[in-house]
Ligand binder design. Structure first.
Ligand code: ATP
Ligand code: MG
Length: 161
């Protein structure tokens, strides 16, 4: 299916978190979200807001999976896996993490997805977070992000409307 791309501008972390919460409400088992962007762009922050929305638990503990590589959550209808593959070197290592068995039944939020095997990436929707250009050093620019979503899923594309 043809992939389409939308851009959503967020002026604040709260706006980015709101977008993540909306995505959580339309996500379905089998969805794989590839979270891309530089160090500190907000991938873990986005995943945290997504998971808290799905669990309907605004205070839920959602640590960055930087060291554990994978964190698992039991949503009301399906599990969610939040992974950070930064420390993987070979796409084959992803099979050691046990994610493959869960792919069809779970939602995956994957940071540093460039480490994934090619066939996983082909099925993914990409959520790319980019720090918005600083405009004249105005206050508040630190939180501005452009979120680019690439997907073949019309429901997800409707987030841009
Ligand atoms: N609009 C925003 N969206 C997301 N995070 C934001 C935003 N504005 C500010 N931040 C801050 O930016 C930081 C993002 O850190 P986070 O750990 O989410 O990044 P990351 O992309 O996961 O980095 P890493 O590559 O190290 O895993 C947090 O301190 C967060 O509070
Ligand atoms: Mg992170």
């Amino acid at each position: 299916m043809a992939q389409r791309k939308i851009q959503i501008h967020c002026n604040s972390q709260t706006e980015t978190e709101g977008l993540a919460a909306k995505l959580a409400q339309i996500a379905k088992p089998g969805d794989l979200f590839a979270l891309t962007g530089d160090l500190g762009a907000g991938k873990s922050t986005f995943a945290r807001a997504f998971i808290r929305s799905l669990l309907d638990s605004p205070e839920a503990e959602v640590p960055s999976p930087t060291f554990t590589l994978v964190q698992a959550y039991e949503g009301p209808d399906y599990p969610v896996y939040h992974a950070d593959l930064y420390r993987l070197h070979d796409p084959e290592e992803v099979y050691d993490l046990g994610l493959d068995d869960e792919r069809a039944e779970a939602v995956m939020l994957i940071e540093w997805p460039d480490r994934l095997p090619e066939e996983w990436l082909q099925e993914a929707s990409e959520i790319s977070l980019v720090r918005a250009e600083k405009v004249g050093g105005q206050q508040g620019d630190d939180e501005a992000r452009t979120v680019m979503i690439t997907s073949d899923d019309d429901t997800i594309m409707a987030l841009g409307e």
